[in-house]
Design a protein around this ligand. Structure first.
Ligand code: ZN
Length: 247
């Protein structure tokens, strides 16, 4: 049953994990998140951090909202999975000011919560300083967003090798700047290299089945596995029936 170990690094993009209904698609309930991780464990799919291995998937969270600490972190611990959280560095410990849904501001993780997660093995990357679309910024502003967020994270946490582009938006010249600033991995893009690692966004509308397709990227591979499993189950069902009939 080890045919599902994937030969590619793939990133899953989560955002907000909360039991409270949200007026946006980019959230998941804790029960859903738990079911997705259970699927990864049952199928023996390797969960890795950037740079760990070329084989496996990376679980990412954009924005670093406090609900990640409150709801996602305990579930990650339960399954023994690491993840990377991309912080909007100027908003650590503060409320969200760029995405006001129904007049409510979302709280972000504090440095204390970040340290607690880091001690357990959660990695942190940059999601810039202010979460502005870098395509609309001047060269100087982009440079500041990239280098200042990185140096603050390095000072606080010791390292910062990955960045996730706000709104998944970055031009070739921004990506060159990302590289020059010393980042090793850039998340967001078409997946052509390690500075445009493609993230598969997971939404509230996803079921374990659609999640499975997003994870494997090869639905037929998955279905083949399912069919094989079904045949084995059928075989044992028939064997059990025959046995009961004394044959
Ligand atoms: Zn974001």
């Amino acid at each position: 049953m080890d045919g599902l170990r994937l030969p590619v690094v793939k990133a899953l993009q989560f955002h907000r994990i909360t039991p409270e209904f949200q007026f946006c698609g980019t959230w998941n309930t804790p029960a859903q998140f738990d079911a997705f991780l259970r699927f990864l464990q049952e199928k023996d799919i390797r969960v890795v951090l950037p740079g760990d291995s070329d084989d496996g998937i990376v679980i990412t969270f954009d924005d670093g909202e406090r609900n990640v600490y409150e709801y996602a972190f305990p579930i990650l611990k339960k399954y023994g999975y690491k993840a990377i959280v991309f912080l909007v560095v100027n908003y650590v410990g503060k409320e969200n000011r760029w995405d006001v849904t129904v007049g409510r501001h979302v709280q972000h993780v504090s440095w204390d919560e970040i340290m607690e997660m880091k001690q357990w093995g959660i990695e942190f990357g940059s999601h810039t300083l202010t979460h502005r679309n870098m395509m609309t910024l001047t060269k100087e502003e982009v440079a500041h967003e990239l280098s200042e967020s990185k140096s603050i994270l390095e000072k606080k946490l010791g390292a910062c090798t990955s960045i996730s582009y706000p709104f998944n938006r970055a031009s070739p010249s921004i990506i060159r700047k990302v590289q020059d600033t010393g980042y090793v991995y850039g998340f967001g893009g078409n997946g052509s290299d390690r500075f445009t690692i493609k993230k598969e966004a997971i939404y509230i509308t996803d079921t374990v089945r659609t999640f499975a397709t997003k994870v494997t990227g090869h639905p037929r591979l998955f279905y083949r596995y399912e069919r094989t499993k079904q045949r084995i189950i059928n075989y044992f069902t028939i064997a059990t029936m025959l046995k009961k009939q004394g044959k």
